[in-house]
Design a protein around this ligand. Structure first.
Ligand SMILES: NC(=O)C1=CN([C@@H]2O[C@H](COP(=O)(O)OP(=O)(O)OC[C@H]3O[C@@H](n4cnc5c(N)ncnc54)[C@H](OP(=O)(O)O)[C@@H]3O)[C@@H](O)[C@H]2O)[C@@H](O)CC1
Ligand SMILES: Nc1ncnc2c1ncn2[C@@H]1O[C@H](COP(=O)(O)OP(=O)(O)O)[C@@H](O)[C@H]1O
Ligand SMILES: [Mg+2]
Length: 293
């Protein structure tokens, strides 16, 4: 079993080059947040912005526009009920997150179908939360194109794979993935738990070495989707970006957990730019300047 370590992550999160602009750091679309779960989309978008995404658009229920703008003016907004506008927007994006707080009712399903039909070859789609539950319940066909990153918790993976939580062994999980690969050969599984594992298309399995029970609070997984989107939009290669995102999410949480009982996703996002600064090998400088994280 491969372990995701700090040394590995430092090779992926590298300093920015001078001759670059926001278009070089990923165009990200976050799709989620129905009338009950607006916070999930906001937490995903917040994590994406704070993890360095070049441009973030949040497609959500209009009820969430004001809250999103007030909390995160860096994000643009789109009404996710306007399926034509959603399709047009999809075509311009490098990375798409679908699922945080999307809900599982008929309009949510229509949004998901529209997105899955639209995925193009070079896009990465992070499929989370309600989107996983819907794909499992409605037996939706996966897009043949693009890179699909599934981020289920254990119950969501049970719904998708039909493997009960007690039976989610590496061998059983690999077997379920092999069935999915007949639809799309570029499937990545981030199976979240107190010891998150990442299954790559080359059959490697990586286990995370960071994380703590302070993260057991609503929104932790939503924040992870934003981090993964931002990392995929900025860093290469894709597999390393996913592994680095998983590590960073929990490593920042570990820092907070040293001084706080619960790790609030918003606090986690606020710390991301500091932590990434350290990762990008400017940590010595930061310590000399007396920053504390
Ligand atoms: N502020 C917001 O807007 C928020 C909105 N959110 C959005 O809500 C939507 C629904 O997502 P969801 O995860 O909350 O519910 P669901 O898919 O029914 O799963 C829960 C069931 O699974 C079980 N379970 C077993 N193992 C588990 C494990 N390791 N981790 C977690 N659960 C585990 C668990 O067991 P139990 O708790 O009963 O023991 C329970 O029976 C989704 O779109 C999401 O993005 C949330 O992000 C929160 C903040
Ligand atoms: N006890 C724990 N130890 C380590 N990490 C945890 C623990 N509990 C939850 N997490 C992490 O928190 C996140 C929870 O994701 P998820 O269940 O999708 O939350 P939500 O949907 O509420 O945002 C995952 O990244 C998971 O690995
Ligand atoms: Mg979740």
């Amino acid at each position: 079993m491969n372990k995701i370590t700090l040394d590995f992550v430092k090779k992926t999160v590298i300093p920015r080059k001078s001759a670059t602009h926001k278009g070089n750091y990923g165009r990200i679309l976050i799709i989620g947040g129905n009338q009950n779960f607006g916070g999930a989309a906001i937490m995903s978008a917040t994590a994406a912005v704070y993890a360095g995404a070049g441009l973030v658009t949040t497609a959500t229920d209009p009820m969430n526009f004001t809250a999103l703008h007030a909390r995160l003016p860096e994000s643009m907004v789109l009404d996710f009920n306007d399926l034509d506008a959603l399709s047009t927007m999809m075509a311009k994006m490098d990375v798409v997150v679908i699922g945080p707080g999307l809900g599982t009712d008929a309009p949510s399903e229509q949004i998901l179908r529209t997105v899955l039909n639209q995925v193009s070859e070079n896009q990465s789609i992070i499929i989370d939360g309600s989107a996983i539950t819907l794909i499992a319940a409605k037996k939706l066909t996966l897009p043949r194109q693009g890179h699909l990153i599934f981020t289920p918790h254990q119950m969501e993976w049970q719904r998708l794979s039909d493997i009960t939580i007690a039976n989610q062994t590496d061998a059983n999980n690999q077997q379920a993935l092999q069935k999915m690969v007949t639809q799309n050969k570029n499937i990545y599984l981030v199976l979240k738990s107190n010891q998150t594992k990442v299954y790559l298309p080359n059959q490697e399995i990586w286990v995370n070495t960071t994380g703590n029970p302070g993260m057991a609070t609503g929104g932790s997984g939503d924040a992870l989707t934003g981090i993964l989107a931002a990392f995929i939009g900025q860093f290469k290669p894709l597999s390393a970006s996913i592994l680095a995102g998983v590590y960073t999410h929990s490593a920042v949480a570990d820092q907070i957990y040293q001084e706080q009982y619960v790790v609030l996703p918003q606090r986690l996002s606020e710390r991301l730019p500091y932590f990434m600064h350290q990762l990008a090998d400017r940590s010595n400088q930061a310590h000399q300047l007396g920053f504390h994280f």
